[in-house]
Design a protein around this ligand. Sequence first.
Ligand code: FMN
Length: 221
Amino acid sequence: MTVADAVASRRSVREFLDTPVPHATIERVLDQARWAPSGCNYQPWEAVVLTGAPLDALQKVLLAATPDDPAEYDWAAPAASPRYQARLQGVGAAMYGALAIAREDKENRTDFTRANLVSFGAPVLLLCHFPKFMKEPQWSDVGMWLQTIMLLLRGEGLDSCPQEYMGNYGRTIKAHLGLPEDHMLFCGLAIGWKDDKAPVNHFERERVPLAEHVTFQGFQP
Ligand SMILES: Cc1cc2nc3c(=O)[nH]c(=O)nc-3n(C[C@H](O)[C@H](O)[C@H](O)COP(=O)(O)O)c2cc1C
């Protein structure tokens, strides 16, 4: 698989097969992902990777828990701007359309959102955390590490879904896993094999055209 193929074939998968993922595969991917770049080579990322009984136990706790109030960080802020609100609504409409869940069907929408708590049936969950003193540049480094992992997973035939929804349960997760209280639980990464028959894994995603977010200067035509 070329890098371009890995980028083009990655999508957020929200219905997984329950086929177990070998430990050696996950370890190989994470070992390779160590070569992701980071400002000052800080490598701010840390993670716990769960499968089997430990994952079941965490999910049981999450299903019974209430979200942190307030959450330890705010991932929804851009939605206050109409430009980003429109993008959020776009992906929501496409996803719930594929699930055949109507806009006014709040109960089923909530149920599907809560499917985040069981990582959409993924057999493996990576939980990403780092010390709270990390600032914006280091959060960005962690994003690069996560994308490196997601692309390497494609190389193994695996799929994933990043899950900042887990940030709503940061305190619960840290307490359950014995992670330091002064760490930020950034997100989950659901990992497994895509259920190719599930319509939610096939809706059309949108991206803004290049001309809307990149300008070029100094190039010859
Ligand atoms: C850091 C991060 C956190 C995300 N958190 C969630 C989440 O909690 N639940 C979810 O269903 N999707 C989540 N997503 C997936 C995005 O909705 C998705 O990347 C976006 O709609 C673009 O679609 P694509 O990944 O299929 O290309 C997250 C993505 C990123 C990068």
